[in-house]
Design a protein around this ligand. Structure first.
Ligand code: PLP
Length: 380
């Protein structure tokens, strides 16, 4: 693996992915664990993540888009791939050709799939038990299952599933809502003919709700070592973040007390200091607002504040009296060991909290411009 040409990249620790999959499999056993690798593996690189996950025992994979499934097939991955929502009818031919498993909930999509003349194409029926995003109403599930049966042997109902809206919440209202969703779902699948797969759990439910694990858990964010939310933080201690966002210092200068920096000149220095420029910006997925909410990076194992607004391709860091040089290692996300051996770490959830979002958005937001460098070197 050649080193990236630009001085900003994401290390993707495939041992961490494999470790997290093993941890999750142990938790959900005897249920299976299917790894959700949509959105380019939550920004980590879908093909590498899928291989690592399957290598660690994941029994299947889930994607959001047909093209995401095709990318995995073209990479030689022949494990089951479930597409989590219905796709445009014109995608039906490719779903059949690449042996992807479609989710269904509308008759017209069944027709589009059956028209391709597949032989026993496994489909999963999605039931909306309260998320109110996609899926068939529980009362219409039996009719839809019958519609699928009418299209045998072209289509086969292989799975029934639902998606939980607040499985990461540990407050009474969230727990009650999840209870209700699962009860509603149980009523549906118990009245339908038995199918090979019945599934409901995302990462949060895989960790917190044994009653949601069923045939398999569809785990996304936990595979990447990130907690799905505060309500389940205490169940994530064994997970290891797989992405580290790194860079090198590209420019160093002394600045004077009272001077200002970056667009809008919003940050004024209160003393003479040393400023390092880092060649990564909001077009790479470092949110522009990060400096305004106390964003920091690690240089020499120490936290240093981002100063001034993050620009499209670069950001600036106040290094105080530190001896900082062009080429020095910078960690934006991940851990770093300083020269005196002390280690510090910045996690995606730290950015997320400061920016009032979730860890998912942070890692998915690391843009295509950032090379992903697969590694296998963590100490667990
Ligand atoms: C239907 C479905 N199942 C499972 C997942 C995985 O969720 P998580 O990343 O919280 O594990 C997602 C992700 O959004 C999803 O849409």
């Amino acid at each position: 693996m050649s080193e990236p040409i630009r001085w900003a990249w994401a290390d993707i620790d495939l041992d961490a992915i494999a470790h997290n999959v093993r941890v999750l499999r142990e938790r959900v056993a005897p249920s299976e664990l299917w790894a959700v690798v949509k959105a380019d593996g939550y920004g980590h690189g879908a093909v590498d993540v899928a291989r690592a996950a399957v290598g660690a025992g994941a029994e299947g994979l889930c994607v959001a888009l047909v093209d995401e499934g095709i990318e995995l097939r073209k990479a030689g991955i022949d494990d089951p791939i479930l597409i989590l929502s219905e796709q445009p009818p014109e995608a039906a031919a490719r779903i059949v050709k690449y042996e992807l498993t479609p989710t269904v909930y509308r008759r017209s999509f069944l027709d589009a799939l059956a028209a391709e003349g597949p032989k026993e194409l496994a489909v999963h029926l999605k039931i909306d038990t309260g998320m109110q995003r996609v899926g068939i109403h529980p009362r219409a599930a039996a009719t839809m299952a019958a519609e699928i049966a009418q299209r045998e042997p072209a289509l086969l109902l292989a799975g029934i599933f639902t998606h939980l809206a607040v499985a990461d919440g540990d407050d009474a209202a969230s727990i009650k809502f999840t209870d209700t969703q699962l009860a509603e779902f149980r009523k549906v699948y118990e009245q339908l003919p038995a199918v090979p797969y019945v599934h409901a759990a995302n990462s949060a439910a895989a960790l917190a709700r044994p009653d949601a694990r069923l045939s398999f858990a569809r785990a996304g964010i936990a595979v990447y070592g990130i907690s799905p939310g505060h309500g389940v933080d205490h169940l994530c201690a064994d997970l290891v973040p797989a992405m580290a966002l790194r860079a090198r210092v590209s420019f160093v200068k002394k600045v004077r007390s009272g001077s200002c920096i970056s667009y809008g000149l919003r940050h004024r220095f209160s003393g003479d200091t040393t400023v390092a420029t880092i060649p990564i910006g909001y077009a790479d997925g470092v949110p522009r607002r990060l400096s305004a909410v106390g964003g920091e990076v690690l240089i020499g194992g120490r936290r240093r504040p981002i100063v001034g607004v993050v620009t499209m391709d670069q950001l600036m860091v106040d290094c105080g009296d530190d001896d900082v040089n062009v080429g020095d290692d910078v960690t934006l996300l991940g851990s770093q060991v300083g020269p005196e051996g002390h280690r510090d770490e910045i996690r995606a959830v730290e950015w997320a909290e400061a920016l009032d979002t979730i860890g998912y958005e942070i890692v998915c937001g690391v843009s295509k411009r950032i090379p992903r460098v697969p590694r296998r070197n963590i100490e667990l």
